[in-house]
Design a protein around this ligand. Structure first.
Ligand code: PAF
Length: 295
């Protein structure tokens, strides 16, 4: 695996790699979720370029940019073992040199949920991804399903700007108790870690409600809320259209999507977890059967 620090060198090296080329952007502190992205990229494409860059633009002034976990030597070892061909690991000055002044503003989709709690976050994500896409010139870029709103923002950016990179989404990797893997799980104290799977259980309860034929958003959210207990504090729970992240008042309406996303976020101390589950909405006829079988 070749490791390069400048955009010019990385762009040149990427153009010499076999096609199709996959890009796996990361902020490092790698876990099995990142390695699943590399594995999917290797399966689909002839060559894989990964990036490690803790992007200051996507952190708010009071957020964890300076204490975000950094483990470059171990990350490099893992990426090499996973079969990555090229690693681009730039400095902040390389990505944002003096005079850098162009940002991508992702619009309405970036104002809800994560966007509301982290103003400017998706602007930073979209800007860095657009730049990484331009440097890599890859046919595909791989992202984890855990960050569902990030995926929706990036899909909208690619569509709106006609960028020649397809967004590929890889299923969330979970610990055995259901907690979605995240680099920020390292912040959790033992008691917080023990409570953390409550968020996944909340999403499962929302999923169960939908599968039982429940269509009312408030009742679906209430089913999830029952599991946000103890040290877990709700930041949000909702059911949204996965492509717009608009809340859905009535799931399964004729004009609504067939697949919806139950989204959730909860605080544990200073750490905020996010997670989501994609739900296939039972068709109206199926819902009538479900209703008949429970009444
Ligand atoms: O999901 C992440 O790790 C980051 O948001 C990304 C996509 C690497 C951009 O910095």
């Amino acid at each position: 695996m070749q490791t390069l620090r400048t955009a010019a060198e990385a762009a040149q090296a990427a153009r010499r790699l076999a096609r199709p080329l996959a890009l796996v952007p990361t902020m490092g502190a790698l876990h099995a979720g990142h390695l699943a992205l590399v594995e999917a990229a290797r399966r689909d494409c002839a060559a894989v370029m990964a990036t490690i860059f803790v992007n200051p633009l996507q952190f708010g002034p009071t957020e964890d940019f300076s204490r975000y976990p950094r483990a470059f030597a171990e990350d490099t070892r893992q990426l090499e073992a996973a079969g990555v061909d090229l690693l681009f690991a730039p400095s902040v000055e390389e990505m944002y040199p003096p005079g850098f002044d162009t940002n991508i503003d992702p619009g309405a989709i970036a104002t809800r949920y994560e966007g509301a709690l982290r103003p400017g976050h998706f602007r930073g994500v979209a800007t860095v991804c657009a730049k990484l896409f331009a440097i890599a010139g890859a046919e595909c870029a791989y992202f984890g399903a855990k960050d569902a709103q990030q995926v929706a923002v990036l899909r909208q950016m690619v569509r709106d700007l006609a960028l020649p990179t397809d967004i590929v989404v890889v299923p969330t990797v979970r610990d055995s108790d259901g907690l979605a893997l995240s680099s920020r799980n390292a912040y959790l104290h033992p008691a917080e870690r023990a409570a953390a799977p409550g968020l996944y259980r909340a999403l499962q309860a929302m999923s169960d409600a939908v599968m039982r034929g429940e269509t009312n958003r408030d009742r679906i959210v209430a089913a999830g809320r029952a599991h946000i207990a103890g040290p877990l504090r709700e930041a949000y729970l909702d059911v949204v259209d996965p492509s717009t992240f608009e809340p859905l008042a009535n799931i399964g309406s004729r004009s609504g999507p067939d697949v919806v996303t139950a989204i959730g976020s909860a605080w544990l101390g200073e750490t905020r977890l996010i997670d989501n589950l994609a739900l296939n909405v039972p068709a109206a006829a199926e819902r009538a059967d479900l209703h008949a079988s429970v009444t």
